[in-house]
Design a protein around this ligand. Structure first.
Ligand code: NOJ
Ligand code: NOJ
Ligand code: CA
Ligand code: CA
Length: 709
């Protein structure tokens, strides 16, 4: 009890200190945004065992990895070895995404007769300690240093939704979801006097609300509305940021309150801005506006499941055609405000591996080529370049089978990955379709005068005659970038006005033609992070900014002088000015007074944020009517009656006619707000005067009012 109280106090003090400090500069040589990178996704336990001394023992370990739900020995030293022996850099990899590094449970759980362990890293017990099965903190920083020395960025998986499996009725199951703060027990799922966990029952995916506030499977679900949990998670991620990580893959974002995640992102982007992308699983053909809203307004982007599922349908399963692939590209360009920030992939640890037994490897190669040359940030799952197979968890997470650098897929990635740095059309460009039928897609990427054109014929037995193909390339002859690697591409000759001489695209061909040129007038490639606040650093990547310092505009507000931290031809770092919170455009003006294009939908918050739960009681509605929230701050939609926050939830934490929502709002600020009822009928506002509430400087709060008729 005494230790618990001390831990509480420590966590509270840590939460108070959070907004005050600045992060150390751990920037690496590879400093352009992630659009120029190729990520390699590693299940840490499954790449390479660099130190057998740290391997779990007894029933937790499987020698030879024959039992894939047990630990198999992979660790950070093994990853470091693969960085240092050139396997990753030889493939053109410039970023790695590793399993959640935090200390996990060591218990071996038995599910229907199968022993299961935390080899995957998703069963945390102490978010402030390193997982000893993966190495020591020194091993971790050694790996980071080795990566940075070779211009490789390091992304960690982070899973603040839950701790480990727990049973509501049997506290002896596993480790009862116990959460520790640097070794000090905070609570267990069965002994949780301070409400650090949700106790709302298990999985129910029928509504977004249930998915958030009930347990995901049997994983002890953390209550982020609790100030200790909130402060603990912010302090934990600060610790990993201070160790020099360059990015975060946020687990299970569909299962945590949007408002809490936005306040977490405001903290991260205000402390040390790093590229952060969430995991929101979408099934084949699933298109979810809530997923788009999350990517557009949370301050993080998402793994692009719409992209991945369609690529698998088209190239792996043959259940959709090239027209449908092209349609996905244009649909997502409209749905995601920053489509280039979404992380693209063809397989991962939660889906069957792309390579199917007996299938031609060319399908996988085409899917990879499409991903590496499309908008977004490509991530390649370890072993995909070795054509590893495995139809589901855990067979899709086998020990790495080979580190051969001679496979066609390895050669393909090695040839295409560097284009993301050398040709900004691939990193940043727009996309247009140039020629399409069921089996062939030719598309073009453009950025200023830079061009890349990609042709793929997914029919492995029939060639296609290409005529009437116009490309945005200057007149001349173009050799296929993949020439000599055996992917059956061809050269093309471009005449006046982009008319390409007729040619035959071979069966199964992949061809890439490209043109690079100096961008004379300033052009924006990327602004990151996409959400920030006054006084915080934003990085602008692009071309043609000039060598001499100019100015940056946020809307019509001009930033100049010392508020521009650095200025190079391809990158500018700037402090966000004190402007009204809202969605803004960003542009740069060169020293020669030439203004760039505008980067739209850049979100400027009012300032540091806290999460507040707004609860309204006794708000009865008619069928089809829901309750919403609005108020006097941008974070509360500036009194919008047409697009207020909501609909509010009314089933799990509170029940109808009581409604609630967790919102990221400015800290230490007096808010005015009201609830409203909306349906097909005219909007019904609450009567009476506005509610007011002064938010805390840190931590969380709940406000509870009754509907004012
Ligand atoms: C999604 C992860 O990708 C999956 O592997 C994991 O089991 C769940 N989230 C829970 O952490
Ligand atoms: C087993 C999966 O392998 C793991 O990823 C997931 O976290 C658990 N199921 C959830 O209990
Ligand atoms: Ca090991
Ligand atoms: Ca949850």
């Amino acid at each position: 009890m005494e230790t618990q109280r001390k831990a509480l106090l420590a966590a509270t003090l840590a939460a108070l200190a959070i907004h005050a400090q600045a992060a150390p500069d751990t920037s690496v040589g590879n400093k352009q945004g992630f659009n120029t990178d190729v990520i390699y996704q590693i299940v840490t336990d499954r790449l390479s065992d660099g130190n057998s001394a740290n391997n779990p023992t007894g029933s937790a370990f499987s020698s030879g990895c024959t039992q894939k739900k047990l630990f198999c020995g992979g660790d950070w030293k093994g990853i470091q070895n693969k960085i240092e022996d050139g396997y990753l850099t030889g493939m053109g990899i410039t970023a790695i995404w590793i399993s959640q590094p935090v200390e996990n449970i060591t218990a071996v759980l038995n599910y229907s007769g199968t022993n299961s362990t935390a080899y995957h890293g998703y069963w945390a017990r102490d978010f402030k300690r390193a997982n000893p099965a993966f190495g020591t903190m020194t091993d971790f920083t050694n790996m980071i240093n080795a990566a940075h020395a070779r211009n490789i960025k390091v992304i960690i998986d982070f899973a603040p939704n839950h701790t480990s499996p727990a049973s509501a009725s049997d506290t002896t199951f596993g480790e009862n979801g116990k959460l520790y703060d640097n070794g000090v027990l905070l609570a267990g799922y069965g002994s949780d006097p301070n409400g650090y966990f949700h106790h709302n029952g298990g999985t129910d995916f029928s509504t977004l609300e249930s998915g958030i506030y009930r347990n995901l499977f049997d994983l002890a679900d953390l209550n982020h509305n609790n100030a200790t949990v909130d402060g603990y998670m912010k302090a934990a991620i600060k610790m990993w940021l201070d160790l020099g990580i360059d990015g975060i893959r946020m687990d299970a974002v569909k299962h945590m309150p949007f408002g809490w995640q936005k306040s977490l992102m405001s903290y991260i982007q205000g402390y040390k801005p790093v590229f952060t992308f969430g995991e929101w699983y979408l099934s084949e053909n699933e298109v979810d506006p809530a997923n788009h809203y999350f990517a557009n307004r949370s301050g993080m982007s998402l793994l692009d499941f719409q992209f991945a599922q369609k690529v698998r349908q088209v190239f792996k399963d043959g259940s959709a055609n090239m027209t449908s692939l092209n349609q996905m590209v244009s649909d997502t360009a409209g749905q995601y405000a920053h489509v280039g920030d979404q992380v693209t992939f063809i397989d991962n640890h939660d889906m069957p591996r792309f390579q199917v037994a007996g299938a031609s490897g060319r399908k996988l190669e085409q899917a990879l080529a499409f991903t590496l040359t499309s908008r977004g940030v490509p991530a390649i799952y370890y072993g995909t370049e070795q054509y590893m197979q495995g139809t589901g968890d855990p067979d899709n997470r086998a020990m790495m089978t080979s580190f051969a650098t001679t496979t066609p897929a390895y050669g393909l990635v090695a040839r295409l990955a560097p284009l993301r740095k050398s040709n900004p059309a691939i990193a940043y460009g727009s996309t247009q379709q140039r020629w399409v039928n069921n089996d062939v897609l030719i598309y073009e990427r453009n950025f200023g005068n830079n061009v890349a054109v990609v042709a793929i014929n997914r029919n492995l037995s029939t060639a296609t005659s290409i005529s009437g193909f116009i490309a945005g390339l200057p007149a001349g002859s173009y050799t296929d970038v993949l020439n000599g690697l055996g992917f059956n591409g061809n050269s093309i000759t471009v005449g006046a006005n982009g008319a390409v001489g007729n040619f035959t695209l071979a069966a199964g061909a992949i061809a890439v033609w490209q043109y690079t040129a100096t961008v004379a007038s300033p052009k924006l490639g990327h602004v990151g992070p996409n959400m920030s606040m006054p006084g915080k650093t934003v990085t602008i990547d692009g071309r043609g900014f000039g060598a001499t310092k100019g100015t940056v505009k946020f809307g019509s507000t001009v930033v100049s002088g010392a508020n521009i931290l650095s200025w190079e031809d391809t990158q500018v770092k700037v402090l966000v000015p004190s402007v009204a919170a809202g969605m803004s455009g960003v542009s740069i003006v060169t020293a020669g007074a030439v203004t760039s294009d505008s980067w739209d939908n850049f979100e400027i918050l009012s300032g540091p944020q806290v999460t507040v739960r707004f609860v309204v009681g006794n708000a009865t509605t008619v069928s089809g009517e829901n309750v919403y929230l609005t108020g006097d701050k941008f974070e509360l939609t500036n009194w919008s009656a047409t697009a207020p926050l909501g609909p509010l939830f009314n089933q799990v934490v509170y029940s109808y006619p009581n409604w609630y929502t967790d919102v990221s709002v400015p800290a230490g600020t007096t808010l005015s707000y009201k609830f409203l009822k909306k349906s097909a009928n005219p909007t019904v506002w609450e009567g009476g005067s506005n509610h007011t509430f002064t938010t805390p400087a840190s931590g969380t709060a709940t406000v509870n009012v009754n509907w004012q008729p």
